[in-house]
Design a protein around this ligand. Structure first.
Ligand code: NAD
Length: 379
C-alpha cells in the first residue's frame, strides 16, 4: 500500500497540500493518507473531515515515518525528508530558484523531489498547473483587496442625489492572474484597461469587455516565446512603453500589476515619477512583489502610502489569504499529478520516468539535482 504523508506548513503559509476531497480520492486509489493533526485548520479543513474521508490523523513524526510520498505546499525541511522511506517522492512548490544551498541539502537526502512550479504548460497538464490555479485566485483577490483599500465606489451609480462615476482600473500583465483581475474588476463595475507585451492578449482583453492599450510595434509582434511566455523587451521598447504608461496611469484609480518573465526579476513598469503623478487615494496592488515588484517603490510584503497619498500593496502570498479555495485547487493539482504515478490495479507506486510531466518537474533524484534549469551549482 502506498503511504502518503502530509504535514503542517510554516506559520506564514495557511495552505495545506490535501483536502478532504483529495484524501477521499487517494483512499479510493488504495493509498493511505497520514496527516498531521491540525494541518488543515487554517484552510478550514478539520481533522474530523479528514478522518471521515479516510485519512489517519496523527502526530507529525507518525505521519512521516517510512512514508512513500510527502505532499507539501512549501519546501519541506531536511529532517522531514529524512523521516520518510529512502528515495521517497516529495512534491510541492519547492521554489526551485530559491535558496540553492538548502535545495542542495534536500537533494542530498536522496529523495525524489518534484517542483510543481515546473509543470509544463501543456493541455494534459492543465489540471496539475499550480501556477495557474493559484494565480487565478490571486488575480481575483488583488482586485477585491485593492477595491477595499481604495475607499471609493467602483461602479457608476446614477442616483436621485447625483451620479457616482465609475472607477478606472488598469491591469498590467495579462497572464492568468491579469485575466482574472480584469474579469473581477469588470464585475465590480470598474472601467477597465489592460496592457501586455504579448499580442495574443489583445483579443483576450477585448473579449472580457476591457480596452487594450500597448505599444504595438514590430517588437511587440515577436514578444511571445514558443512556450507562451513574454520575452524581456529592448531598452527602446521599454522607453516607448514607459511613455504610454505615464500618460495613462495618472488618471487611474486602481492599478493591478502582474508582469513577469520566467526566471528573471520582475520588469519595472511603474517609475517613482509615474506614482507621483497619480491621484491621492489611488491604489496599486503589485502581484509581482515576490520577484521584486513591477514598481520602483514596491516594498515586498508591505503596504506603503506615498507622500502624494498613493497606496502600494505588495502581497507575497495572496492566494494564501483565501486558503480554503487555494488549498482545494492546489490539492486537486497534486492529486492529478500523483494519480499518474500510482498503479490502480496493483496499488503500488509506478512512476513513468519517460513521461514529459515527470521529466519536466523532477528536480532531484538519487542525491543529484537533475533538472536542466538548475544544472549550475551556485553554492
Ligand atoms: P506570467 O505570470 O509569467 O506573466 C504574467 C504576464 O506578464 C504575461 O502575460 C506576460 O506576457 C506579461 N508581461 C511580461 N513582461 C511584461 C512587460 N514588460 N509589460 C507588460 N506585460 C508583461 O504569465 P502566466 O500567467 O504564467 O502565463 C504565461 C503564458 O502561459 C500565457 O500565454 C498563458 O496563456 C499560458 N498558459 C498556458 C497554460 C496551458 O496551456 N496549460 C496554462 C497557464 C498559462
Amino acid at each position: 500500500m502506498v503511504t502518503i504523508a502530509v504535514t503542517s506548513e510554516p506559520a506564514d503559509e495557511p495552505r495545506v497540500a490535501v483536502s478532504p476531497d483529495t484524501v477521499k480520492k487517494f483512499t479510493g486509489l488504495g493509498a493511505l493518507v497520514r496527516i498531521e493533526q491540525g494541518a488543515g485548520l487554517r484552510s478550514r479543513f478539520s481533522d474530523e473531515a479528514y478522518r471521515a474521508a479516510g485519512a489517519e490523523v496523527v502526530g507529525k513524526s507518525e505521519a512521516l515515518a517510512g512514508a512513500d510520498i510527502l505532499l507539501k505546499v512549501r519546501r519541506p525541511s531536511v529532517d522531514e525528508i529524512k523521516a520518510l522511506k529512502p528515495g521517497a517522492i516529495v512534491a510541492g512548490m519547492i521554489d526551485p530558484y530559491g535558496d540553492r544551498a538548502e535545495l542542495d541539502a534536500l537533494s542530498a537526502t536522496g529523495a525524489t523531489l518534484f517542483s510543481m512550479e515546473f509543470m509544463p504548460r501543456t493541455t494534459r497538464a492543465q489540471s496539475m498547473d499550480v501556477l495557474s490555479s493559484q494565480a487565478n485566485l490571486a488575480g481575483y483577490k488583488a482586485v477585491v483587496d485593492g477595491a477595499a483599500m481604495f475607499g471609493q465606489a467602483l461602479p457608476m451609480m446614477m442616483t436621485p442625489a447625483g451620479t457616482v462615476p465609475a472607477a478606472k482600473a488598469f491591469i498590467m500583465g495579462v497572464g492568468v492572474a491579469g485575466l482574472q483581475a480584469i474579469a473581477t474588476a469588470r464585475r465590480l463595475g470598474a472601467q477597465v484597461t489592460a496592457t501586455d507585451v504579448r499580442p495574443a492578449t489583445k483579443e483576450q482583453v477585448q473579449s472580457l469587455g476591457a480596452k487594450f492599450i500597448a505599444v504595438e510595434d514590430e517588437e511587440f509582434k515577436q514578444a511571445q516565446t514558443s512556450g507562451g511566455y513574454a520575452k524581456p523587451m529592448s531598452a527602446e521598447y521599454q522607453a516607448k512603453q514607459a511613455e504610454l504608461v505615464a500618460n495613462h496611469i495618472k488618471n487611474q484609480d486602481l492599478v493591478i500589476t502582474t508582469a513577469l518573465i520566467p526566471g528573471r526579476p520582475a520588469p519595472k513598469l511603474i517609475s517613482r515619477a509615474m506614482i507621483e503623478s497619480m491621484k491621492p487615494g489611488s491604489v496599486i496592488v503589485d502581484l509581482a512583489a515576490e520577484r521584486g515588484g513591477n514598481t520602483e517603490m514596491t516594498e515586498p510584503g508591505k503596504i506603503i502610502e506615498t507622500a502624494n497619498g498613493v497606496k502600494i500593496f505588495a502581497p507575497l502570498n495572496l492566494a494564501g489569504t483565501i486558503a480554503v479555495n487555494a488549498s482545494s485547487l492546489y490539492a486537486r493539482n497534486l492529486l492529478a499529478f500523483l494519480e499518474t504515478m500510482i498503479d490502480k490495479k496493483e496499488k503500488t507506486l509506478a512512476v513513468n520516468w519517460d513521461d514529459d510531466l515527470v521529466k519536466g518537474t523532477l528536480v532531484a533524484k538519487d542525491g543529484q539535482i537533475v533538472h536542466p534549469n538548475l544544472a549550475t551549482k551556485t553554492a
